[in-house]
Every structure is written in structure tokens, then in C-alpha cells.
Design a binder for this molecule. Sequence first.
Ligand code: FAD
Length: 419
Amino acid sequence: VTDATRRPTAAVVGAGPAGLIAAEILARAGVTVVVHERMPSPGRKFLMAGRGGLNLTHSEPFERFVARYGRAAERLRPALEAFPPEALVRWCEGLGQPTFVGSSGRVFPTTMKASPLLRAWLRRLDELGVEVRLRRRWLGWTDSGALAFDDEAEGRIEARSDATVLAFGGASWPRLGSDGGWRTALERAGAPVVPFRPSNMGVVARWSDVFAERFAGEPLKSILFRFGDRAVRGEAVIARYGLEGGAIYALSAPLREAIERNGSATLVLDLKPDTPLDRLTERLSRPRAGQSTANVLRKAAGLPPAQIGLLREGAPDALVAGPGALAAAVKALPLRLTGVQGLDRAISSAGGLDLDAVGPDYALRARPGVFVAGEMLDWEAPTGGYLLQASFATGVAAARGALSRLGLKEPVATPAAAM
Ligand SMILES: Cc1cc2nc3c(=O)[nH]c(=O)nc-3n(C[C@H](O)[C@H](O)[C@H](O)COP(=O)(O)OP(=O)(O)OC[C@H]3O[C@@H](n4cnc5c(N)ncnc54)[C@H](O)[C@@H]3O)c2cc1C
């Protein structure tokens, strides 16, 4: 409860998208906000996300969108309904960054980058009076309940506020700032944390040296990737260690779980998804006139060298068998995967603060007045804009939770309320 003569205060920890959107909503409602960030500049992972084209969100129908969050879908639904993809697009455009829908339904800012958006956003936050304190790492709570920080310039400091929003991010790419180092402090406070695991990461295949040497970096286009009862059509890239890229990321959660359980998993590739098996068999059966199998595969099946190499890796026997077996291998090429890439290079992480430790208003049950948001929560989703959308939506939900605890309402006539 705040006294009526002063503005209520909020501390936001973590200057990623979840923390910054929470700061914006709180500041618009009249709260004095300080954002604490351990790195020398805000939004480092957000900027990194912009490197390969900032995929802000996705334009598919809402029900399909929500389902992308798998086990966490129903828990995240209210936050996503309250701040859906259209709201994120409006917010982005409100910062002078027009967006477009790409061929796959993914939504990007026209510039494709995060930097102009982040610049405009930080300017707006500054105008709203939000203070951003950098190089300040959160350590936990003091015995009296204050936030304790290690500040590079001031040493150990404490901060008190009427409400707190924690938005530490996940645990992938730790050198960008989010390293999961907050786990012990939260567990000590009575909030369980599910161990972090890589998500949207590459998978390890034991390539021959010759194949790795020749084809690392080669894209694999228009292939159907099957694992268990899931099938994804899309692109992957051959890496020295195995495979990476969108189609692999889309299957990364079940692949990771199977590899954890069994030590390996078999991914099945259809290299010619638009050609039925019988037609392919017929094409491969035409007289070869002394041509090598590789040449036949290239000419009759239209397979590029990298995919012929892949066949040699996954089904060496098929290359010396008859056309029927060869066609069958092209349509269902088994690749044995023996591991996954680590958190260091994964795009996101699974695990994090147990959703049962969090109320529907994104309040931390163990610590009244503390709200949590973003990738630090235990949900995962494929690439396609789902990661940023849920980070933003939970940031909005946490800020609204904090406002309601402070007895404040969001102003109606502002762009934030229209979001
Ligand atoms: C290479 C790459 C590409 C990506 N591309 C996309 C994409 O195109 N689309 C998409 O939707 N998502 C993408 N993502 C994922 C997306 O960037 C993240 O999901 C999102 O940034 C998470 O937001 P957040 O605010 O929860 O956490 P973060 O952005 O990680 O921010 C958390 C902040 O908290 C700070 N922090 C952590 N611990 C402390 C502490 N103890 N004290 C103080 N501060 C602390 C961190 O330094 C960090 O600045 C990509 C990620 C990577 C790595």
C-alpha cells in the first residue's frame, strides 16, 4: 500500500523485451520505474535476435498460435489473449517501425533489424522517466526483503520499491546476459526452478570427415523432416557437428527429450516430398547407361550433391541396391542423432521458473509484490516469433499484475492502452 502523496515505485530487473515492456506499462500508469540490468547495455539478446531478421511474431490464426506453446499453452493463453500478435505489431508500428508478413506468415519489422526499434523504444522509456541502471547484477533478497545488487561502480547496494518485476530471461547465449544465475536465490525464496535445457538448438550427427568437410554450411531446402508422429517441412543447414536451422528447431523439444531418454533419436528425411515413391522408383529405374548412382540421383531425382552426400551418410547400403531401395531411402532417409547443442548456442531455453510458482497475475506466490515475466518462466516454443510474443505478453501481464497490486489503472487514452 502506498501513501497517497508520493508516486508508487517499481523495480524491474532485466532489460530484455519482457522487462522493458513491463517498465513501459508501469511508467505510463504513473509509477516511478528503475530498470536494473547487469550488462553494460540493454536488450543484448533482442539485438542478437535481430541479426538474422527480427521475427517479432506470427500471423497465423490465434488457436494455432497458442498451440505452439505445447504444455504451457493453457497457462500462457490469458496473457496472449490480453496482448495478442496484433497488439505487438501495433506497438512496434507505434514506435515508427512498420512491419510486414513474410511468406511463411512470420511478422518482421520492415528494417528486419532490432536496433532501430530498440533505439526508439529506449527514447520513449526515457521520455516516460524510466531510469535504466546498467552493470548492476541482482543477487537476491536481503533478510529485510530489499533487492540486493552487485553494482560495478557502487559495489553492493540495496533497493526497495512498492512492486518488483523480475525478467531475467532464459539461459541460452549466456554471454548476452541471461545466464540463469538467479536460480538459487529464487529457490531459496521458495520458488522451484525446472533445470534449464537447450531449446531451438542444433542436433548432433556423427558425419564422416569427408561429408563434414565438404558440406558444412550447405542448406537443405524443401525437405520433410519426420520425428515420431511429427512432420515439419522446411529448411535446415548442414553443420560440422550435425544439423541446425528452422525445421530442426521446430522438432527440437521432442528430439531433445528422446535423446535425453534413449541416448539417440532417429530423424527421418523425405528428400523428395512432392514425388510419390512409385514415381521416384520409376524414374530411378530408367536405363543408366553406365552412369554412377550419384549421377542418376542428380539427373533423374534432381538431388543436389549435399543431399546425395546425406544419403551416403544415412543409408550407405541403398546406394548400391536397386532402384526400389534407393527410392525408398530418398523418401525415408534415417539419420541417427546422438546429442543436442548446448545452451551456449541454443536460440532459447526450456525450463525455468516453475509455472506453478506463479499466480494468474504473474505474481510470485512465495513473494508478494514480486511479478515475473519472459523466457525465465518454464515454457518453450519453436522459432517463428513465438519467443518474443510470449516474452512481451507475459511482460505486459506482470506489469498489469503489479499495477493492480498498487491500486493503479492503466490510462485509457494512451497507445499502451490501445495495445
Ligand atoms: C540468436 C538468437 C536469435 C533469436 N531470434 C528470435 C526471433 O527472431 N524471434 C523471436 O521471437 N525470438 C528470437 N530469439 C529469442 C528472444 O530473443 C528471447 O526469447 C527474448 O529476448 C527473451 O526475452 P526476455 O526479456 O525474457 O529475456 P532477455 O532478452 O534474455 O533479457 C533478460 C535480461 O535480464 C538480464 N539479467 C539476467 N540476469 C540478471 C541479473 N541477475 N541481474 C540483472 N540483470 C540480469 C540479462 O542481462 C538480459 O538483458 C532469439 C534468440 C537468439 C539467441
